[in-house]
Design a protein around this ligand. Structure first.
Ligand code: ZN
Ligand code: FE
Ligand code: FE
Length: 270
């Protein structure tokens, strides 16, 4: 299997040495992993209240360190990054990305305007807003992220359910159908993010219904644990593999120099 969403202590809310993440990947028998730590938001002119990303001056260290590890690790190591989408910042984002040797760029939405809707510290805000509006705002940002041309993969596509706040099924389905179409139109890769099982959401990101809509439309998928500690590398991949099998997903996408190729999934012992 591949795990394309691994953080490092540079983001200030993950723990453990990068080497330890790779050791866990090897122990779990993963074939390929990618670091995708949080891109320095200051380079986009965004300064969060609490530091949640690496600093601009750490970016070159990160790039070099991942490259260095990739030469000596017993597992394939790719250089990725998790980068926030902000409306109105597409140009500056494209500029700061120029010349950086990423294998893939994972786009994510954590901010609805200046509210970090994924941070436990600010989760009370869900009770102060109309949930349907939160979902609408959130998925509009996801759509724009897909259309921005900045990203190869979209992370935890329905992370807005993280703290267990859910809109009615029929409302959710409308969002899902629309978002699946956007992924198809923009040829965007959908991340299957297993961290949701450790949140109140207690399921995969995306929800099964959304995954099915995407699969029906031929959207490519990849996998990530969103590990913020070494022992989280490949977390719940047993559950994920069952879902892949059940939904008839035979390939994941992998990336090199921002070009995709297919990775056949075959469960061990079969
Ligand atoms: Zn993080
Ligand atoms: Fe994220
Ligand atoms: Fe992440």
């Amino acid at each position: 299997m591949i795990d394309y969403h691994i953080h490092t202590p540079l983001c200030r809310h993950a723990e453990g040495k990068m080497e330890d993440y790779l050791e866990e990947a090897t122990r779990r028998g993963l074939e390929e992993v990618g670091f995708a730590d949080h891109f320095p938001l200051k380079m986009l002119g965004v300064v969060p209240e609490i530091p949640v990303t690496m600093e601009p001056e750490e970016l070159s260290y990160y790039v070099e360190k991942v490259k260095e590890l990739s030469y000596r690790a017993p597992v394939q190591v790719k250089l990725g990054i998790e980068l926030d989408y902000f409306p109105g910042k597409t140009e500056v984002t494209a500029e700061v990305l120029q010349g950086l040797p990423f294998d893939y760029i994972i786009g994510s939405v954590h901010y609805i305007n200046d509210w970090d809707c994924t941070h436990p510290l600010y989760s009370e805000e869900y009770h102060k807003r109309s949930l349907e509006e939160v979902y609408r705002d959130y998925f509009a940002l996801i759509e724009n992220a897909c259309r921005s041309g900045l990203f190869d993969i979209i992370a935890h596509v329905d992370v807005v359910k993280k703290f267990g706040h859910r809109v009615a099924d029929d409302v959710a389905h409308d969002f899902y159908r629309h978002i699946a179409k956007v992924f198809q139109e923009t040829n965007m890769c959908l991340e299957l993010n297993t961290a949701g099982w450790d949140n109140k959401a207690n399921e995969l990101y995306p929800a099964l219904e959304l995954l099915r809509e995407c699969v029906k439309k031929g959207v490519g998928v990849t996998a990530g644990s969103d590990a913020h500690a070494p022992n989280q590398v490949g977390r719940y991949f047993d559950r994920l593999e069952k879902i892949l099998k059940k939904e008839g997903i035979s390939h994941l996408l992998k990336f090199k120099d921002r070009k995709k190729s297919y990775y056949p999934v075959c469960s061990k012992g079969e």
